[in-house]
Write a protein that binds this ligand. Structure first.
Ligand code: UDX
Length: 491
């Protein structure tokens, strides 16, 4: 540079295009990541469906007010001829099990509109970060020469089990095995066994073989992986996963500690805000650590008889509880009446939320001492990040292995112990026993050395989680390096 000439302008911020699977449990963490990227100097665009753009309007408005370069784009969905109703633009809008596979297959049709959208951008994005369940982004990225990372939403423990299972032909072995046969997952740093009912993969159900092949292929051809976890929680599995993948793995979590504004990221708008005030006021009345929070994520739906068993289990536990029942589950008059009667019987110590709870606000309230969860990874990590131990009751996909991590490796969970294979929507055959729930809740919330040790460990992980996300912490610094590695130098 000649003496006296002005310094070169700083390089333009990198532009990340993020493509979540269109399901709340996948959108929430990727929107958190997009917000973090924008807050840390990058530009972020979340590509989803029009319904989700509408649901996320509050986040967009908030970002605009704060001057953050965060925007949302909706691609047309569902495609003509899919047979899906027009409003079926998110997994929580899928009516029943019969729509589940058509919904997943219709998502592949987004490749065309996505290709057109990315081609319309000038300059081209610096990087595409797409959900591992959205492999249709891979062809677009490679044809345009854009680097692509895949976002793997579950625990790294699950991710490593999955890749080991695929590499060692375990999925085929399990498919041909008897129902009760247990198989050891090869190559894991700790012993892990799986069965046909608790397989080490998301797409392990009949009819999903093509989706699995596409997802695995897109993972192999990506430039790296982004995970919602942190190194103090899963160091040995992160190391194993990076080695197995042969690509960089960026642990950036817990993403929920990004100051998410829950009122605008939920889909229920005003209802959630009204509910929040009543919920927080009720929690304020409860003794510290006395309430067990009960919620099963955004997808799984239960039949009335299953809800009644859960309700009886909570009542029989004798503990205070805050239980989220989905709007659709609570819609039937007999369920509404039954829940009202339960609240009357447990007056003062039982609150049933019908719809959507502000989960982070609940988990961070001093009254909450435990969480009965289906082991969706967001819920598990959010609980750990707030130092709250859990009762584990996995329903499907990654949740069985998330349970193993929480109970066997981290020591912060009590299993319900109900063998409940695929329980996504209204599954008649899924067993639920009030006695199992009451026993697990009592063990979690009660006294004694084991319960105290679980609480101590959960608190310790909660502190480590916070440190990971602070300046100088492992996840914070990983995000810094990620942004730097996609910042183009001007020379
Ligand atoms: C899905 C899969 O089911 C799960 O196995 C996978 O690990 C992630 O994607 P989901 O079943 O919705 O997720 O559960 P979870 O991962 O726990 O995500 C639910 C999210 O919704 C959490 O971030 C939770 O905080 C939020 N939530 C849920 C609320 O804010 N309020 C509610 O009432 C319910």
């Amino acid at each position: 540079m000649a003496a006296g000439s002005p310094p070169p302008p700083p390089p333009p911020p990198p532009h990340f295009v993020l493509v979540p699977l269109v399901a709340q449990g996948h959108i929430i963490p990727l929107v958190d990541l997009a917000r973090l990227l924008a807050a840390r100097g990058a530009r972020a665009t979340v590509v989803t469906t029009p319904l989700n753009v509408d649901r996320l309007r509050g986040v967009a408005e908030q970002a605009a007010r704060a001057g953050l370069p965060l925007e949302f784009v909706g691609l047309p969905f569902p495609p003509a001829g899919s047979g899906l109703p027009q409003d079926c633009q998110n997994a929580d809008m899928v009516a029943d099990n019969s729509q589940f596979l058509p919904f997943f297959f219709a998502l592949r049709e987004l490749a065309g509109p996505f290709d057109a959208y990315v081609r319309s951008l000038a300059p081209r994005p610096s990087c595409i970060i797409s959900d591992w369940c959205s492999p249709w982004t891979a062809g677009v990225a490679s044809s345009l020469g854009i680097p692509r990372l895949f976002f793997h939403g579950p625990s790294c423990f699950f991710a490593l089990c999955e890749i080991m299972a695929v590499d060692h032909g375990l999925l085929e072995l399990i498919a041909a095995a008897g129902d009760d046969e247990r198989h050891l997952v090869p190559g894991m740093p700790v012993p892990v066994t799986v069965t046909k009912a608790t397989p080490p993969g998301l797409f392990c159900y009949p009819g999903t073989e093509l989706l699995r092949r596409e997802a695995m292929e897109a993972m192999r051809t990506a430039d790296g992986a982004v995970l919602n976890t942190f190194s103090d929680l899963e160091a040995q599995f992160l190391e194993g996963y990076e080695a197995a993948l042969g690509k960089p793995v960026w642990a950036l979590g817990p993403l929920s500690l990004c100051n998410r504004d829950e009122d605008s990221t939920t889909s229920r708008g005003k209802t959630a805000v009204d509910g929040k005030q009543a919920i927080m006021a009720w929690l304020d009345e409860q003794a510290p650590g006395s309430v067990v929070y009960v919620s099963f994520g955004s997808v799984a739906r239960k039949l009335p008889k299953q809800l009644f068993e859960i309700g009886h289990g909570l009542e029989d536990s004798g503990r205070s509880f805050l239980w989220v029942v989905k709007e659709r589950e609570a819609a039937a008059p007999e369920v509404r009446e039954w829940l009202d009667a339960l609240e009357a019987r447990t007056a003062g110590r039982g609150l049933v939320v019908r719809g959507w709870a502000p989960q982070l606000a609940v988990l961070s309230h001093r009254a909450v001492g435990g969480f009965v969860t289906h082991c969706g990874w967001n819920s598990v990590l959010e609980s750990i990040a707030h130092g709250v131990p859990v009762v584990t009751w996995p329903h499907f996909s990654d949740q069985f292995l998330n349970e193993r991590l929480v109970v066997d490796v981290l020591g912060v969970g009590v299993p319900v112990g109900v063998a409940s294979p695929v329980m996504i929507f209204d599954d008649e055959s899924a067993p639920v026993a009030r006695g199992d729930i009451a026993r697990a809740v009592s063990a979690l919330m009660g006294g004694g050395a084991e319960a105290d040790e679980r609480r101590r460990k959960a608190k310790e992980y909660g502190e480590k989680a916070r440190r990971a996300m602070e300046e100088g912490g492992s996840s914070y610094e990983n995000l810094t390096r990620l942004i730097q590695s996609f910042t183009r130098s001007e020379d």
